[in-house]
Write a protein that binds this ligand. Structure first.
Ligand SMILES: C[S@@+](CC[C@H](N)C(=O)[O-])C[C@H]1O[C@@H](n2cnc3c(N)ncnc32)[C@H](O)[C@@H]1O
Length: 234
């Protein structure tokens, strides 16, 4: 199903367009992408962590969307955001690039099922947050980073094909997903396989959004068809 198919729920669209509460800072084109990845987590006991509390509107939207069993946790570097805490919504103050602060969040709330990074959008911060949080998440989880046009903007330390931007890091992860053994005889040897890639089912790119699907380790060898001597398999 594509994110724009007619079968897609419009719960977020409805909430967003009729919202009379605190401002929500989202591009409208992101809403179907959220629905595509977040829908399976609705009405379940989950930990949803948003980096960047902003004006408090998005945490209210997530609370409405995920239902009464979800823990909505949001972090922001500005202490005044603590005022946006609410029933089911926890706000903590700290820097998204500080691993000790992020560890305190995981220690307090448990492993997140979903992380949505809508914080500073500065490349070093986005990378540091991903590096720490991603391995700490549930085995089946969604890590989403938005506003990744900043990966191309110098003021956010971005740049086209500049090594170290989050987009480039994720392109490397795509390579790593193809590395390693396929069966007794076939390998992709010259591609490194990092620990992060072993935790990853897929990487999806949209304009301004990257989604990393965390999944149980996939043993690619287990899926190969029986090898017959002399037969070509590709
Ligand atoms: C785009 S706003 C968040 C909007 C909100 N998520 C929404 O959708 O309504 C970005 C937020 O990130 C916060 N921020 C900036 N740098 C940060 C950092 N290093 N660590 C944590 N939060 C940061 C800002 O204070 C700001 O409130």
């Amino acid at each position: 199903m594509t994110p724009f198919s007619g079968r897609l729920s419009v719960a977020l669209q409805e909430y967003f367009w009729t919202n009379k509460g605190r401002p929500i800072n989202k591009w409208v084109r992101y809403l179907p992408i959220y629905e595509r990845y977040f829908a399976p987590f609705r009405n379940r006991r989950i930990v949803f962590l948003e980096i960047g509390t902003g004006q408090g509107g998005s945490s209210q939207m997530w609370k409405h969307y995920f239902g009464p069993a979800a823990d909505i946790v949001t972090i922001d570097i500005r202490p005044e955001c603590a005022a946006f805490a609410d029933e089911q919504v926890s706000v903590r103050t700290g820097d998204q690039s500080d691993p000790a602060f992020l560890k305190s969040i995981v220690d307090e709330f448990g492993a997140p099922d979903i992380v949505l990074d809508d914080g500073s959008h500065v490349m070093e911060h986005v990378n540091a947050t991903f590096r720490f949080l991603y391995p700490q998440m549930m085995r089946d989880a969604i890590y989403m980073v938005e506003d990744m046009h900043t990966a191309y903007w110098p003021n956010w330390n971005g740049g086209l094909r500049k090594p170290g931007t989050f987009i480039e890091e994720m392109k490397n992860l795509v390579d790593e997903l193809h590395g390693g053994p396929l069966n007794e005889t076939q390998n992709v040897h010259d591609v490194p396989v990092s620990e992060i890639s072993k935790l990853t089912r897929a990487v999806h790119f949209y304009p301004s959004i990257v989604v990393v699907e965390k999944g149980a380790f996939v043993n690619k060898e287990a899926f190969s068809i029986p090898f017959v001597e002399g037969q070509t398999i590709w």
